[in-house]
Design a binder for this molecule. Structure first.
Ligand code: HEM
Ligand code: HEM
Length: 187
């Protein structure tokens, strides 16, 4: 089943979720690590290039994902969840959808303003979004790392929620992870 049903996520939502989870968690880790590299480190340009290429891939997948989430509605949250948990789950999903678009976009704007090209795995170069302006570049630069750290905090809560509902809640129907895992969605 490609589409989501009222009870579980369909295959497209699952594939997009886990492929993007890998890419985004990798980008957050590599992004923080690479900014600590010496300016003359020989691997720095390649690492920055890969970060930008995977970041552009995340932006493209994010656009598809948000369109798909609007088109194929998410399954309803189990009734076993408390009201605050439903609110927290919906709010964090909305913030994650927003951040998966705004963070890569701010990276693209920052690179344009700093005068660096944004190449997609050496296949083609993305259009410049603005002319070079080092002073203006500081705004998307700050946004990129501040929002990156906010995303790490929201993701920590997101993963903690999934673990809590699977292993700590008494009600088996509260296990929302089951409906995001491959397979039929029930364990
Ligand atoms: C979902 C996608 C992305 C995530 C989660 C992400 C995350 C990060 C993080 C956490 C950092 C480290 C910030 C710091 O500690 O200063 C970083 C740095 C950086 N990112 Fe991204 N990024 C993404 C996409 C992009 C894209 C699309 C571009 C450019 C086209 C980009 C360009 C950069 C650059 C140039 C830096 C280094 C900035 C510096 O040297 O201070 N990023 N990114
Ligand atoms: C190991 C890491 C992760 C785990 C265990 C996890 C777990 C889950 C689970 C169980 C759901 C379904 C919740 C429900 O049934 O309503 C979900 C939904 C979601 N996850 Fe994750 N997730 C992880 C990483 C990520 C990452 C890195 C992102 C961001 C790029 C992300 C973004 C989302 C979003 C936006 C939804 C809402 C889907 C919707 O209903 O529209 N997740 N996640």
């Amino acid at each position: 089943m490609i589409r989501n049903t009222p009870e579980t996520y369909g295959s497209l939502s699952k594939i997009l979720h886990w492929v993007m989870a890998l890419i985004v968690i990798g980008l957050l880790g590599v992004g923080i690590w690479m900014t600590g590299l010496e300016r003359n480190d020989p691997i720095r340009p390649a690492v920055y290039g890969l970060h930008k290429s995977f970041g552009v891939l995340a932006l493209a997948l994010g656009v598809i994902r948000v369109a798909w989430a609007l088109w194929s509605r998410s399954p309803a949250l189990p009734g076993a969840l408390q009201r605050w948990e439903v609110l927290a789950s919906k709010a964090s999903a909305a913030v994650l959808y927003l951040l998966m678009l705004v963070i890569p976009f701010s990276g693209w704007v920052m690179s344009s303003l700093k005068g660096y090209p944004v190449k997609f795995f050496g296949l083609f170069t993305l259009p410049e979004l603005a002319g070079k302006d080092e002073v203006l570049a500081e705004t998307p630069h700050t946004a990129h790392w501040v929002l990156g750290y906010i995303m790490i905090a929201v993701l920590a809560a997101h993963v903690a929620g999934a673990i809590k509902h699977r292993y700590l809640d008494d009600a088996p129907e509260a296990d929302v992870l089951a409906r995001m895992l491959p397979g039929r969605g029930k364990v």
